[in-house]
Design a protein around this ligand. Sequence first.
Ligand code: DAH
Length: 424
Amino acid sequence: MNTPASILSAISKRLHLQPDHPLSITRQLIESRFTGYKYHNELFPVVSVKQNFDVLEFPLDHPGRSRTDTYYINKETVLRTHTSAHQADIFHANESSGYLISADVYRRDAVDRSHYPVFHQMEGAKSWDRNCLGSYSTLTEQIWADVTKIPSHTIKVEDLNPTIHPERNPLQLNYHSVEEVEAMATHLKRSLEDVVVTIFTAARAAAAAAGDTAALTQEPLKVRWVEAYFPFTSPSWELEVLWQGDWLEILGCGIVKQSILNNAGVSSRLGWAFGLGLERIAMLLFSIPDIRLFWSSDRRFLSQFSAARPIQLFVPFSRHPACFKDVSFWIRSTSSGAGGQAAHASTWDFHENDVMELARDVAGDLVEDLRLVDEFVHPKTGRKSLCYRINYRSLERTLTNEETNELHGKFRQQLVEKLGVELR
Ligand code: DAH
């Protein structure tokens, strides 16, 4: 068990279902582009290691499985780190050829204005049944017919790589034909391009309505497909969007590993899946500058959004002052006694995510940002020293000096008690 109470308390929030919450509006906007799909929005976040990793064929040494990255409830149970944890179960239930899952997911991670240990993802999948061709003579023909039903768009799409690359992005040779994968990949890409067009057209309209003249003169929307790797798809891709001059990664996707469908008892089906982060999209859709705001119960935040209105840009309330404090410490070294190690080799039983989490545990959402600013190894003793800079700032009020000093004092004390560091 490495899951603090502050994280468990997020389970009941279900922001993606709160009426008029920006995450809920974003979810509905995307759902509206997948008519006929079944929406799963109430799946509980406690899942088995099997569901989250094993059935998706994560290798046993995948870093995502480690206690430094994932919240464990016990040895076999975790807070889901992604919505893909439900893929196999939903394929097994076999209730619809297309589905979407929206849900809260949990990851031990850095703390900053765009990272929060709880966030929301949407997963989608579409599959076809080899045994249900209807009036078509081949599955490929049926998939191409479905491609024609996707709304067309006029945006610029860069897609330089071949659909299949024998080493970098292989076909599942034993299961799929090149023609089937070409058809599924096109269906997948057109469906997701349609989502991106919808989102970014709304975002630009909102920016223009807010008087952002740059939004009106911006060059046309541009997206690109790049090759990717996921343990549970092959071939795989990521979709990136050119947004305010930078390529922004929007989602991951690919052709579902046939072994997953076969093990789920639907071996006659084949298809695609994708996963995207709702916060990232909502932040640019509404121009929300800090991920902590999604968790705010402040009326000045929540009253700005309505599912009944077109998307409008968030108007930030005045920012309160930042308060920077440093902490420096020696970390505990555990010299490895295992044979074969060099005499001086010492390892550090220390992970940055533990520092991040302690800060969150002590000061909650008052931590805006925490980063390593200095590190050095003592030339004689071999001990390692780290210095972290933490920025305390409230989104809602100005913090007093006493208050931040007290928080920082507690944080320092916890570093000693929980991580065994020696303060400098
Ligand atoms: N689960 C992946 C993540 O959290 C996202 C993802 C990638 C989902 C590819 C998918 C997929 O269904 O096919 O990063």
